[in-house]
Design a protein. Structure first.
Length: 276
């Protein structure tokens, strides 16, 4: 959200940007379901807007939230097209022209981004386009986060000796490794990689401790893709790498593991506690 607001200001030239997510996208204390909590401010002169809870249908952001489309006003306090529950906070920040763009993921509004001027003049298409592009950044980040959390749920389920269950865990491990570089949230990325490490030694912790081998994160990513049956081209597409680069990482991993084939490398990585 913070990076998206910076992009919004740079792309529009608007001096102030702020925004937040709905309760379903990460509820803050006391936040009602479906309500947007203003959590991030960029360029603000006061803290009047921070923590403000915006309900669907209320104010400009609430209108964007309920209609699931961008909305704008030239004079916030004087507009007859919105309700005015938040006039005091908007006035305290000295805002007049304001636009609000919803963050929509799988047809559900997950947040709202705002851009604003301290003067009353129309906001053109350039400002709207830049605000929508910033909202798309947040949408993509939420899609990745949702997928990560779904995969983490799979890995937290009890694992038995059943081969099918282990294959599900291994598939989740590979998918999590591929998603890690895409995560903007450092805490979520750290949690994800910690889970990957736990999964890697879960199948045979004793043998893993006895066979220390150090691979780079990318070498592990490539091996995880190979373990799932991906070709070099498939692994490259999944990881955002060229097939030649994938081949280089694979060769390096095989050398460190003392193996000569892809299959041997996967087996050795599992024995070393690098892959589940």
């Amino acid at each position: 959200m913070r990076a998206a607001l910076v992009r919004l200001r740079r792309g529009t030239g608007l001096p102030v940007a702020f925004g937040g997510l709905t309760a379903g996208a990460g509820r803050a204390a006391g936040q009602a379901a479906g309500q947007v909590r203003i959590a991030e401010l960029s360029g603000a002169a006061t803290h009047a807007l921070r923590g403000l809870g915006v309900a669907a249908g209320s104010g400009l952001g609430g209108k964007a939230l309920s209609l699931a489309r961008a909305c704008a006003v030239t004079d916030y306090q004087g507009s007859r097209h919105i309700s005015h529950e938040y006039d005091a906070a908007v006035a305290a920040e000295g805002l007049h022209s304001v636009l609000a763009v919803p963050v929509v993921v799988r047809r559900r509004v997950r947040g709202v981004l705002y851009g604003a001027l301290r003067t009353a003049r129309p906001l053109g298409d350039r400002a709207l386009d830049a605000a929508m592009a910033a909202a798309r950044d947040v949408e993509q980040a939420l899609v990745v986060r949702d997928e990560v959390q779904s995969l983490l749920a799979v890995t937290r389920a009890p694992v038995t000796e059943d081969g099918g269950a282990w294959e599900a865990v291994r598939e989740a491990h590979g998918a999590l490794r591929a998603l890690a570089p895409k995560l903007v949230d450092p805490e979520l990325r750290s949690e994800l990689l910690a889970v990957c490490g736990t999964l890697a030694v879960a199948s045979d912790p004793v043998r893993a401790a006895e066979a220390p081998v150090t691979l780079t994160p990318r070498e592990v990513d490539v091996l995880a893709c190979v373990a799932s049956g991906a070709t070099n081209a498939g692994a490259g597409e999944r990881l955002g790498l060229r097939p030649e680069t994938v081949k280089g990482y694979l060769r390096s991993a095989m050398r460190k593991l003392g193996t000569h084939t892809r299959g041997e490398a996967v087996v050795a990585a599992r024995r070393a506690g690098i892959l589940p």
